[in-house]
Design a protein around this ligand. Sequence first.
Ligand code: ADP
Ligand code: MG
Ligand code: MG
Length: 209
Amino acid sequence: AERLAATDVTAVFRGFQQAVQRDRDLLTDLDTAVGDGDHGTNLDRGMRAAVEALDATPPDTPGAVFNLVGRRLVSTVGGASGALYGTAFLRAAKAAGAAPELDAAGFAAVLRDATTGIAERGKCAAGDKTMYDVWTAASAAADAALGDGLAAVLAAASIAADAAEQQLVPWQARRGRASYLGERSEGHRDPGAVSSRLLFDCFAAWAAA
Ligand code: ADP
Ligand code: MG
Ligand code: MG
């Protein structure tokens, strides 16, 4: 598949909701170690609400799907991740505009703007050991694979996201609750990085299906 239509993006978000539900306890356990132990329940609640909204009023463009999911996450997830994922998807919606489909270049552009949105909202930079590290790695890989088509872009983003999540484990967290631990954050996986990795894996799984 070389283009993402609204139904495709919706299918990816359904997959993400199922992945978050499956890994809810893992995400919460990771957040118990470095934060306040709510990341799995936060994101599970938000994605259930997002999928309910998609079912109730199926959007007809990728941009409208991102917009609905973003708005739902902002309104149902109280924590940092609700604002961060919400901002990412609202920026994605803006970048996608009214286009009926996203091709490789369109998706890479959407991912770039979404990633910038996380940095602005989180006041974070690469190396701070947050979900942003995973998004920025995925976005760079997507840009590098642009000429090879959408499936290659999504595969590259997912591989880069997985690698980034693993790479930041030994680092010290500089943003979010985990940063309160200082050096004691070293050696722990970042919950938001792990959930972000799940999202990119879902895009790649759609492309491979
Ligand atoms: P909260 O910390 O409010 O309980 P969550 O537990 O749902 O929110 O999400 C925590 C995740 O959010 C972290 O693992 C990290 O990836 C991300 N995060 C938190 N603060 C920031 C920030 N300032 N910039 C980027 N990402 C952040
Ligand atoms: Mg938390
Ligand atoms: Mg919290």
